[in-house]
Write a protein that binds this ligand. Structure first.
Ligand code: SAH
Ligand code: SF4
Ligand code: F3S
Length: 448
C-alpha cells in the first residue's frame, strides 16, 4: 500500500453498501472498527487506500452489481490500494469470486467483520488466507458495537441476526446463518451510549427481528423476554423518544408485541410485516409456515391494538407455479390489507435455493405484467394513506437539512418524509407539523 507507506498515520477507507439496513449498520461498524487503525472514511473510491464493497445477494441484479463495480475500481488497484468484498455475495460466492475477480484482495462474510483489523495487517504482508466466511456471530456482536458513533439523530441497532425460516426463494439463511439474539444488556448499553451522543430514535434490526428473545434482567421476576418486552425496557431510557423495528415475520408475532403497540407510546405506529403472496398454495410452496388468513387476522389484531398503525410489507410475483388465479389472490389480499407502503419484486431464481429447482418457473414477461398491476394498486394505496395525513398535525423528528434554503426534513410517526420550513435550531427535535400536501414521495407541512 504505497499511500500508507508515505503517510503511516492517515489512511482512507471507502465503503460502498448495497442491500438491507443491516448492511448499512454493518458498514458503519466496519468503519468504526478501522478508525483506531488510522482509517478515515472517504466518499471518493478513487483516493482510497482500502475499498470495501458491502454486497447483497437477495436478487440476481443485486449480486451482478458487485462485478460491474469491481470493473470500475481498476485505479484503486493501480495505485496499490486494497479491495475487499464483504456482505452476502462474499458469503455465498466467496470462492468463485476470487477466481472471477482476481483483483479482489480478500473476501469477508457478514459474520467475520470483527477479524478485519487482523486481516488487513495480514493482507499487507501478503500472506495467508484470503477468504473469511466463518459464522462467529457472537464475537462479531462483541467487537463491532464498541465504537458506535452515530451520524445523526436516528440510528440502527442490530438486535438479532440470521434466519431459520428457509423460505424456498431466499438466500438469507445461507448468507447470514442461524437466528441469534443479542443480549438485553448489550443492546441496552449500545442504545444508552447512542442516546448520550444525541440519538433520539432507534430502529432495532434483525432478519427476523421479532424472533428476538432474551433473558429478563435479574430481579425482574420474569423469565424469557420477547421483542415486546425489550421495546418496553428500552423505552425507559431517558432521552430516547422513538423505537422502531424491522423486519418481522408472521410466524413470530406474539401477544407481547401486540400489547406493546397498544401501550408503549415510544413504539412508533409502523409495522413492516411481509407476507410475500396471497395464495395459500404459493405460501406453502414458499415454506412460509402461515396462510393468507392467519396473516389477515394478525393485521386485524395489530390494528385493534393500535388503530392508526401504518402497515407495510413485501410481495413477490411470479414464484414458480404461480397461476393467474394465485396472482389474483395476491391482489385480493393487498386490497384487504390496504398497505401504507409495500415493496414488491419479481421472483428471482437464486442458485442453491429450493425454488430455483422447482418446475413451472414463470416467464419473465408474465412476471413484469403482474408486477406492474400490483405496483399500480400499491401506489394507489400509498397515496391514499399519505393523502389522509393532509390537514392533520403530526409530531415530526427533524433530522436533516432539506434541499431548499431554510428547509428541514424529518420523519412522521408513520415513517413518511416530511419537508418543512423551520429554523436550524430545531434539528434533532420532535416538533408538531401541520401537513399541507402530499407529494409522490413525501409530505409538506408548516410548523403548527
Ligand atoms: N427477513 C426479511 C427480509 C428478507 S429479504 C423477511 O423475511 O421479510 C427482503 C425481501 O426480499 C423479502 O421479504 C422478499 O420479498 C424479497 N426477496 C427475497 N428473496 C427473493 C427472491 N429470490 N426473489 C425476489 N424477491 C426476493
Ligand atoms: Fe428470507 Fe424467509 Fe428468512 Fe425472510 S424469513 S430472511 S424471506 S428465509
Ligand atoms: Fe441482501 Fe444479505 Fe441483506 S442478501 S437483503 S444484504 S441480509
Amino acid at each position: 500500500m504505497s499511500t500508507t507507506e508515505q503517510n503511516p498515520d492517515k489512511k482512507r477507507v471507502h465503503v460502498k453498501t448495497w442491500g438491507c439496513q443491516m448492511n448499512v449498520y454493518d458498514s458503519q461498524r466496519m468503519t468504526g472498527l478501522l478508525k483506531p487503525l488510522g482509517y478515515e472514511t472517504t466518499e471518493d473510491a478513487t483516493n482510497a487506500d482500502l475499498v470495501i464493497l458491502n454486497t447483497c445477494h437477495i436478487r440476481e441484479k443485486a449480486a451482478e452489481k458487485v462485478y460491474s463495480e469491481l470493473g470500475r475500481l481498476k485505479d484503486v488497484k493501480a495505485r496499490g490500494g486494497t479491495i475487499a468484498v464483504a456482505g452476502c455475495v462474499a458469503q455465498a460466492e466467496g470462492a468463485e469470486m476470487r477466481e472471477r475477480a482476481p483483483q479482489v484482495d480478500f473476501v469477508i462474510g457478514p459474520q467475520s467483520y470483527h477479524k478485519l483489523p487482523e486481516i488487513i495487517a495480514r493482507t499487507s504482508r501478503d500472506t495467508g488466507d484470503r477468504l473469511f466466511t466463518d459464522f462467529d456471530v457472537d464475537e462479531k456482536f462483541d467487537a463491532l458495537t464498541e465504537h458506535h458513533e452515530p451520524d445523526g439523530y436516528c440510528a440502527f441497532v442490530t438486535v438479532q441476526e440470521g434466519c431459520d425460516k428457509f423460505c424456498t426463494f431466499c438466500v438469507v439463511p445461507y448468507t447470514r446463518g442461524a437466528e441469534v439474539s443479542r443480549s438485553t444488556d448489550q443492546i441496552t448499553a449500545e442504545i444508552r451510549s447512542l442516546v448520550s451522543q444525541g440519538v433520539r430514535e432507534v430502529t432495532l434490526l434483525g432478519q427476523n427481528v421479532n424472533a428476538w428473545h432474551g433473558a429478563a434482567p435479574a430481579g425482574s421476576g420474569q423469565d424469557d423476554w420477547g421483542l415486546g418486552e425489550l421495546c418496553r425496557h428500552l423505552a425507559k431510557i431517558d432521552g430516547l423518544d422513538r423505537i422502531r423495528f424491522t423486519t418481522s415475520h408472521p410466524r413470530d408475532m406474539d401477544d407481547g408485541l401486540l400489547a406493546a403497540f397498544g401501550e408503549e407510546p415510544k413504539l412508533m405506529p409502523y409495522l413492516h410485516l411481509p407476507v410475500q403472496a396471497g395464495s395459500d398454495k404459493i405460501l406453502k410452496a414458499m415454506n412460509r409456515g402461515h396462510t393468507a388468513e392467519t396473516y389477515i387476522r394478525q393485521i386485524e389484531a395489530v390494528r385493534k391494538a393500535r388503530p392508526d398503525i401504518a402497515i407495510s410489507g413485501d410481495m413477490i410475483v411470479g414464484f414458480p407455479g404461480e397461476s393467474d388465479q394465485d396472482f389474483e389472490d395476491t391482489m385480493a389480499l393487498v386490497r384487504e390489507i390496504n398497505y401504507a407502503s409495500c415493496f414488491s419484486f419479481k421472483y428471482s431464481r437464486r442458485p442453491g435455493t429450493p425454488g430455483a429447482a422447482m418446475p413451472k418457473q414463470v416467464a419473465e414477461d408474465i412476471k413484469s405484467e403482474r408486477l406492474q398491476r400490483l405496483q399500480a394498486l400499491l401506489n394507489e394505496q400509498r397515496h391514499a394513506f399519505d393523502g389522509a395525513q393532509v390537514g392533520k398535525t403530526l409530531p415530526v423528528l427533524l433530522d436533516k437539512r432539506g434541499r431548499l434554503d431554510g428547509q428541514l426534513m424529518g420523519k412522521s410517526p408513520y415513517l413518511q418524509s416530511v419537508h418543512v420550513i423551520a429554523p436550524e435550531n430545531l434539528l434533532g427535535q420532535i416538533i408538531p407539523v401541520r401537513i399541507e400536501s402530499a407529494g409522490p414521495n413525501s409530505l409538506k407541512g408548516v410548523l403548527a
